[in-house]
Design a protein around this ligand. Structure first.
Ligand code: IPE
Ligand code: IPE
Ligand code: MG
Length: 261
């Protein structure tokens, strides 16, 4: 049974964590958090396990973080799961990664329904193996009328590719006369990106110590707050997420203006 905040009785076991969550929830919560889930391989390597064991553990951790984000009232959570560059990895590793959405989405779907979470995706779905497409499509269709948090997977996503596709769409509209050159604005570009239905992320998190964007949401992150941690993705806990959001809440976003305006 869920209470009116979408919490279960068992969530309340850890009183300190619960208090922290309620405090975070009562302040200005990021509407959209984007996470570069990095470090699965290193997590496995540290334990002398194959890299794919790290991917499996990383997939399981998506549940923990989704639940926590939902409990503190995040509007949308975008998770970078597979980049357009990740096809360069060994075939076996790519095959394993492409099986994860089936396993994850099938087992998590009943809970996603219960939590009123809507699954979406950015990236080029057509290039994914059929079984992966089916799993993602099924989760998106099943959750389509849910009205709570959006759980958005970036799968076969690359920001530069996204920009190329958006330029192609815009130019086509100019050529066929449905859009005039003078009317192209920042909003036009935002509206042609795969994130057109979402606000820009307020907070970007990258795990595992790398300090780069790796072709993730280059346009959308223009004014986002960044949070980096050494923690590998499979170990990134609800406490780590809270720490990131607490840091976000203590910051002063100026957008080029002056302090406090
Ligand atoms: C992130 O973990 C998952 C994907 C990129 C699919 P990595 O596989 O990049 O893990 P590291 O960076 O090698 O440790
Ligand atoms: C970024 O991680 C992509 C995902 C987390 C899906 P990578 O591990 O692919 O990034 P690089 O290669 O270290 O930049
Ligand atoms: Mg990596």
């Amino acid at each position: 049974m869920l209470d009116k905040l979408g919490w279960r009785k068992t969530d309340k076991k850890d009183a300190t964590l619960q208090e922290r969550m309620l405090k975070v929830r009562s302040e200005s919560v990021p509407q959209h958090i984007a996470i570069i889930m990095d470090g699965n391989g290193r997590w496995a390597q540290k334990r002398a396990l194959p890299r794919v064991a790290g991917h499996h553990e990383g997939m399981k951790n998506i549940r923990t973080i989704t639940r926590c984000a939902n409990k503190v009232g995040i509007g949308a959570l975008t998770l970078y799961a597979f980049s357009t560059e990740n096809w360069k990895r060994p075939r076996k590793e790519v095959e394993f990664l492409m099986r994860l959405p089936e396993e994850f989405l099938t087992s998590f779907l009943p809970e996603l329904m219960e939590l009123n979470i809507r699954v979406r995706m950015i990236g080029e779905i057509d290039a994914l193996p059929t079984h992966t497409q089916k799993a993602v499509q099924n989760a998106m269709n099943t959750t389509a009328s849910n009205t709570g948090m959006i759980l958005n997977f970036a799968l076969n996503y690359g920001s530069r590719r996204e920009m190329v596709l958006s330029v192609q769409e815009i130019v086509t509209q100019v050529q066929n006369g449905t859009l005039s050159l003078e009317d192209i604005s920042e909003e036009t570009i935002s509206n042609h990106l795969m994130t057109s239905q979402l606000p820009d992320p307020d907070l970007l998190i990258r795990t595992s110590g790398e300090l780069r964007l790796s072709n993730f949401l280059l346009w959308q992150l223009a004014y986002s707050e960044f949070w980096f941690t050494e923690v590998h993705w499979p170990e990134f806990s609800d406490k780590d997420l809270l720490e990131a959001v607490e840091s976000y809440q203590s910051r002063n976003r100026r957008y080029g203006g002056l302090k406090g305006e």
